[in-house]
Design a protein around this ligand. Structure first.
Ligand SMILES: Cc1ncc(C[n+]2csc(CCOP(=O)(O)OP(=O)(O)O)c2C)c(N)n1
Ligand SMILES: [Mg+2]
Length: 568
């Protein structure tokens, strides 16, 4: 017989689920867990703010598929987790959120006299997919199974476990517990039936103008090759969603940007649409004006979650399935039935329209000669220096819109955005999570200066952990994205002026290598310097404020429609 603590038993469950990282701040209530991590090959990454811990878990998951644990101490630490947890819920990011309590017996209910007492279960319940306490050593494996089953059912998301200190410290005989491997208590995700695949193949093969829409679910399911194979077999357009920017290569000859006249035309003219791994949410402007007549368009949707079906566009065929197996099955049936590629004239036309539209919209960027640095040109230079193999993390308002257009095409799972909640400040911690999961790859965070302020302290975490994350702050000194509405309606701005920060100097104090650049001629050298740094590096890049604000009108309008619904 060997006695192990509740914390060690919990850790065995977590390791069995593939957990390799724990993010958080130590406290006595979780010390028995932290003390054992190394023995089980799990790395503890201390943070400067608990919300950042969740964003780190988010960056790790989005780039690797790995689930991590985040910790909150009783009271404030748990409260600080909340913005991160809400973000993870919106993003469909699985995270194990563990909150602690000091003692059993004073919680549920907590008397008003309790120090750091709060009903954390009540607080977290609406924020997560599932929330529950573990109140005895014996039930740890069972409750963890419930939680992980819930986490992986449908669209993934955070789950919350509350473990009071006495349960962490309690000991029991480990011979009495039998831990089950994931496949001993969870079934593999839903799969398309043969009949559904045949029907989808028949619709696509018989279509005159099919279009494929690729969402972030394609990235998450590792279905990137499969979706391209279907697109190439059909020789049809593939439109990437905003969240699915890295799900298909932007430089593929069949790719069309979602915001643009090329994709508009393809969507309007098409007779069959295959949407994979996307809810067709507001970011992807699912409004009638950008589509054809629903009476003549048949929509096939493949999604892991029934709840995402037909939310914004009417459905002809819904397939609740893991994206990879569905697309591979579809490809197999299309090949067996000798489906023929489409002629290519339409594709050529869409590409031409898209190209022309892009050239016209961004003519001001190409023609720009200063003064100072245009964010779009800076992003092109960043792309040139860091290339297509890097992981890019974009954060901020207008800065992230410029990044969406001007950063290069990337590998799968390699473009993180502040979608879908739009939580500013996720960039730096997400980049750290991405770097932990991909130590051999460059991870570049491009951030607005407003966004950077939220979690900039985590650059010190990066320095301490020896993580070569590169953060480039677009420092024009304002909350740019909030300005146009103020100017338009009130003829002046209020509260958008942030004042300047020398991010390079702050970074120096945090133990990072740092660079300051305010002239285009010096930008490439500064970026190369950051790339060559043997620790984390920060580039304080002073962009031109007017240039940052000059998002082309039509693009701005589309982004406005994301919030306000169809206009005009
Ligand atoms: C946490 C949070 N607060 C407020 C907002 C609303 N918001 C969206 S964009 C933006 C401005 C961002 O400024 P910055 O990061 O400097 O980027 P810029 O627009 O200047 O390029 C704000 C305040 C948000 N998305 N998230
Ligand atoms: Mg700004």
């Amino acid at each position: 017989m060997s006695e192990i603590t509740g914390a060690e038993l919990l850790l065995r469950c977590l390791v069995g689920e593939g957990v390799r990282f724990v993010f958080g701040i130590p406290c006595p209530e979780v010390d028995p867990l932290l003390a054992k991590l190394e023995q089980y090959g799990v790395r503890f990454v201390p943070v400067r703010h608990e919300a950042a811990a969740v964003h780190m878990a988010e960056g790790l998951y989005k780039t690797t598929g790995q689930v991590a644990v985040v910790l909150g101490n009783p009271g404030p630490g748990s409260a600080n987790l909340i913005p991160g947890v809400i973000t993870a819920r919106h993003e469909g990011v699985p995270v194990v959120v563990i909150t602690a309590q000091h003692r059993l017996g004073v919680v549920y209910p907590s008397p008003p006299s309790t120090f750091q007492g709060q009903d954390q279960l009540e607080i977290f319940k609406p924020l997560v997919k599932w929330s529950g306490p573990i109140l005895s050593w014996e039930r740890i494996p069972e409750v963890m199974r419930i939680a992980f089953r819930e986490m992986w059912t449908g669209r993934p998301g955070p789950i919350h476990i509350e473990i009071p200190a006495p349960v962490m410290y309690a000991t029991g005989d480990d011979a009495k517990v039998r831990l089950l491997a994931p496949d001993e208590y969870r079934a593999a995700g839903p799969r398309a039936s043969e009949a559904q695949l045949e029907e989808a193949a028949r619709m696509l093969a018989g279509a005159k103008r099919p279009v494929v829409i690729s969402g972030s679910g394609v990235d998450r399911a590792g279905a990137n090759e499969a979706i391209l194979a279907v697109v190439e077999l059909l020789n049809c357009p593939v439109v990437g969603t905003i969240a699915g920017r890295s799900s298909v290569p932007l430089d593929h000859p069949n790719f069309l940007y979602g915001y643009g006249a090329g994709a508009d035309l393809a969507r309007r003219e098409c007779d069959v649409i295959l949407v994979v791994g996307s809810r067709m949410g507001n970011l992807d402007i699912p409004y009638d004006k950008y589509w054809g007549d629903p009476a003549n368009q048949k929509l096939i949707q493949v999604d892991i979650d029934q709840r995402n079906m037909g939310v914004t566009r009417p459905l002809a065929l819904g397939i609740v399935s893991d994206a990879k197996s569905a697309l591979e099955g579809l490809l197999r049936v299309l090949k067996t039935e000798r489906a023929q590629p489409k002629g290519g004239e339409d594709m050529k036309r869409y590409r031409e329209v898209a190209h022309k539209w892009q050239e016209e919209r961004f003519a001001s960027v190409a023609a720009w000669r200063g003064p100072g640095i245009h964010p779009a040109l800076a992003l092109q230079t960043i792309g040139k220096v860091f290339g297509s193999d890097s992981i890019y993390v974009a954060d901020g308002g207008d800065t992230s819109l410029w990044a969406l257009w001007f950063l290069p095409s990337t590998k799968p799972r390699s473009y993180l955005n502040i979608l879908e909640l739009g939580m500013l400040g996720t960039g730096i911690p997400s980049a750290i999570g991405a770097k932990l999961g991909n130590p051999a790859r460059e991870v570049v965070c491009v951030s607005g200066d407003g966004a950077a302020g939220f979690n900039f302290m985590e650059m010190q975490s990066a320095a301490r952990e020896g993580l070569k994350v590169r953060t480039i702050v677009f420092a024009e000194g304002s909350w740019s994205m909030e300005e146009p509405n103020e100017r338009r309606l009130y003829g002046r701005t209020f509260g958008t002026e942030m004042g300047t920060v020398r991010w390079d100097r702050v970074a120096e104090g945090l133990g990072c290598q740092s660079f300051y650049v305010d002239r285009m001629e010096e930008l490439e050298a500064a970026l190369k310097g950051a790339k060559a740094s043997d620790g984390p590096a920060v580039v304080c890049l002073k962009t031109n404020r007017d240039a940052n604000l000059a998002i082309p009108g039509e693009l701005g309008l589309r982004f406005g429609e994301v919030y306000q619904g169809p206009m005009g």
